[in-house]
Ligand binder design. Sequence first.
Ligand code: SF4
Ligand code: SF4
Length: 148
Amino acid sequence: MKNQPEKKYVVVVQCHIVKERCSGCLCEFAFNNRTGGFTDYPKDQNLRFLTLTCGGCCGRAVHRKLSHFIKQVKAKENLKKEDVVVHLSSCISKDNYHGPPCPHINYLKTMICDKLGLDLKEGTKVSDTSEKLQKEGKYNEAENPKRN
Ligand code: SF4
Ligand code: SF4
């Protein structure tokens, strides 16, 4: 995987069902402020940002959507797969108040990583409470994966 600073495009895949109610703006806020799942990217790094949904269960549309994206950014922006990093939104990858992680998460990962060859990270928006506990050194996600 390319170092985070070398990435040029962040694509967030969000849960299609959750997005029937959610605008997804908290994912964008987290990206813009480089909080939650985006703390590894320097704020002054010139990064493009795109969100898309999985298209609904079982998430198969992710392959079509990301294939289209890869072709278009190569043709029009001269960007390669290595320039792109995909994030699974917290509502897909973390146990949260919307529900447990996506039941098809391994299928999504297989398509994104194995079939499309894209780099993948998990998590986007992290709740203010978890963020505060992390800053205070009181919360380790590995030990407490139930909060996003
Ligand atoms: S992580 Fe939160 S803000 Fe982002 S799409 Fe899911 S529910 Fe919406
Ligand atoms: S496949 Fe997962 S992420 Fe997509 S709509 Fe179903 S539960 Fe949500």
